[in-house]
Write a protein of this length. Structure first.
Length: 317
């Protein structure tokens, strides 16, 4: 079967043996569509010292499973494979299980192959009314929704979102639909127009000097984003960190301490709120899809995804 492979910064396509046996409790999945995200691009640049098959944003069809109810279903899946026994797992926080592996990122082959496996407990059925192209966004939408699980954002609260990449645009939309007054800052007018459609106040460039916010979400995807976020956060404000970058990030600890700023790391989120939003059809997703490539043309797809100004690139089987 065909599989995408990353090694030393090079993306290639390989023929590998088809999966013959699946672990107990795991489903065998056939990839229908996958999405290349910024984390995949960082893995290509050396994040986590990655070597192997990437891919964690996907829609798949269940080919085989212990539970027959899953077979033939169109699904998405939680990417963290937790032990299910530790204190974190018992608290429902398997995303922080110290023994976890992570689909396409840490010690578990990713979704960018014709067939792959994932625990049945990680699967979520895609509602029939949700298009496959939209369902591919489930994982990053869940990451955007995670912010609302971590901090309280009252309706009408002014929130700044830094960055107009794929995740930044989803965050701005999710927070706007929640009822926040969202101000987004980025570099591309055409990208910012995606969130503006949902009532987001979007601006190319930095905020006006002296403008400060109680809550700032840093989603620039750059090592300089944190410094910019600190500069526009008011005393006792909160910065939510969403960028996962390979390069070290400069940080002015004095400003954080003197202003008593709270830094909140934010990663994966629950799939249920994301699927609920997708089913509502209120998110503006179609303009975020830049292009699509067959799985066999993954090197070209990654090249396109790495190009400046490009949003979501999809892989199809």
């Amino acid at each position: 079967m065909t599989a995408v492979h990353i090694a030393q910064g090079v993306v290639s396509v390989r023929d590998i043996p088809k999966i013959r046996k699946r672990p107990r409790g795991h489903a065998l999945l056939r990839l229908v569509a996958g999405g290349i995200c910024n984390t995949d691009l960082e893995l290509q640049r050396g994040y986590y010292g990655f070597l192997g098959i990437p891919g964690h944003e996907f829609v798949a069809e269940v080919v085989a499973a212990d539970s027959s109810e899953w077979i033939g279903r169109r699904v998405v899946g939680e990417i963290n494979l937790a032990c299910g026994r530790c204190d974190w797992c018992k608290r429902g926080l398997g995303r922080h299980c110290p023994k976890r592996t992570v689909l396409g990122i840490v010690k578990h082959p990713g979704a960018f192959q014709e067939f792959f496996t994932l625990p049945e407990k990680n699967l979520f059925r895609v509602p029939d009314s949700v298009a496959t192209d939209h369902a591919v966004f489930t994982e990053p939408i869940a990451a955007a929704c995670e912010i609302l699980d971590q901090i309280r954002i009252a309706k009408g609260k002014r929130v700044a979102v830094l960055g107009d990449g794929k995740l930044g645009l989803l965050i701005a939309q999710v927070l706007a639909l929640h009822g926040a007054e969202v101000h987004q800052f980025g570099r591309h007018a055409n990208k910012l127009a995606v969130a503006r459609k949902l009532g987001v106040t979007a601006k190319v460039g930095a905020p006006k000097s002296g403008t400060q916010f109680e809550i700032v979400v840093e989603a620039t995807g750059s090592s300089a984003g944190l410094a910019a976020a600190i500069g526009m956060t008011q005393a006792r404000g909160t910065i939510v960190l969403k960028s996962t970058v390979h390069d070290p990030a400069p940080i002015d600890l004095a400003a954080v301490i003197v202003q008593e700023v709270t830094l909140v790391g934010s990663r994966c989120g629950r799939f249920a709120p994301a699927l609920k939003l997708l089913k509502s059809r209120r998110l503006n997703l179609d303009p975020m899809i830049d292009s699509r490539f067959p799985l066999a043309e993954a090197p070209r797809a990654f090249e396109r995804a790495n190009a400046p100004g490009v949003l979501k690139v999809l892989l199809d089987v």
